[in-house]
Design a binder for this molecule. Structure first.
Ligand code: GLU
Length: 270
């Protein structure tokens, strides 16, 4: 049995990926969303500051519109995201209301990094939302306006990196990344049966990058590489990140009570 970790976190960012929110049959996983609402509402009621970064706009939109394969055309992806985002927020709204919480939708673009005025505006919004007693900000990329071509780079690229940027911005103590894998493995566990779950990572070195392998699911854009990029940003700012499986969001309670869940990225190994 591994030692307990010392995790002290008053301000927490939780990121949930499409693969955790959407079932294999393209239906939204309401059980996960309800549990997540319960856990985050309890943390907020305990006096913690909580931000949720949620993917799923395109995945949910595909379900609503009855589309099987993620569209290739960017404008089509944007339209699907517009439909899915509305549905997703409605579902979050209902789930959080059960616990007396409101949600605040924050759709952001890379402009918040490049333009000081946008940065200030988004910081002010975060500050106000975080100071509200019964409100949880839910962040996603503003998919209908972001592009990543020619000289326009308003896109973060993926929500793994977006969640790390948000963690930096709001100066959170911890980023909890809920995914469809139990943590970071020494090799792809689907291909290498004796791949080992790594308990803690202090540096993103070439061996770790090589172990990360390929891409994400048919609905999302992630995969291990984007998670490592996020971790790199977290370590650079001397923050901490736990990567773990989000199938039961109550795992967040275990993480905060110091149980050695998933992989902890930290500069201060414990
Ligand atoms: N913003 C995209 C969505 O909500 C997700 C991007 C990602 O999964 O990284 O579908």
């Amino acid at each position: 049995m591994q030692n307990k970790r010392f995790i002290s976190a008053d301000r927490i960012v939780v990121k949930i990926g499409t693969s955790t929110l959407i079932r294999q049959n393209s239906k939204i996983n309401l059980k996960v969303i309800k549990k997540l609402a319960h856990v985050l509402s309890s943390l907020k009621k305990d006096g913690k500051d909580v931000v949720l970064v949620s993917s799923g706009a395109i995945g949910v939109g595909m379900g609503v519109l009855g589309i099987d394969t993620r569209p290739i055309k960017i404008s089509k992806q944007q339209a699907v995201a517009a439909v899915g985002q509305a549905e997703l927020m409605q579902i979050y709204n209902e789930a959080f209301h059960e616990y007396g919480m409101s949600v605040g939708q924050m759709l952001i673009t890379r402009d918040i990094i490049d333009y000081p005025e946008s940065h200030t505006n988004v910081m002010n919004s975060f500050q106000e939302l975080l100071s509200m007693e019964n409100t949880i900000p839910i962040v996603n990329e503003n998919d209908t306006v972001t592009v990543s071509e020619l000289d326009h780079h308003t896109k973060f690229g993926d929500n793994d990196q977006l969640s790390a940027i948000v963690t930096n911005l709001v100066d959170a103590d911890l980023l909890i990344m809920l995914s469809d894998i139990d943590g970071f493995y020494s090799a792809n566990p689907l291909k290498v049966p004796d791949a080992k779950l790594i308990d803690q990572i202090t540096k993103i070195n070439p061996d770790i990058i090589a172990a990360a392998g390929g891409h994400g699911t048919k609905f999302g854009t992630g995969g291990m590489t984007t998670k490592l990029k996020a971790a790199e940003l977290i370590l650079k700012h001397n923050q901490q990140m736990v990567l773990t499986n989000g199938k039961n969001p109550e795992v967040i309670f275990n993480i905060l009570s110091g149980e050695p869940v998933g992989t902890l990225f930290t500069k201060n190994p414990q």
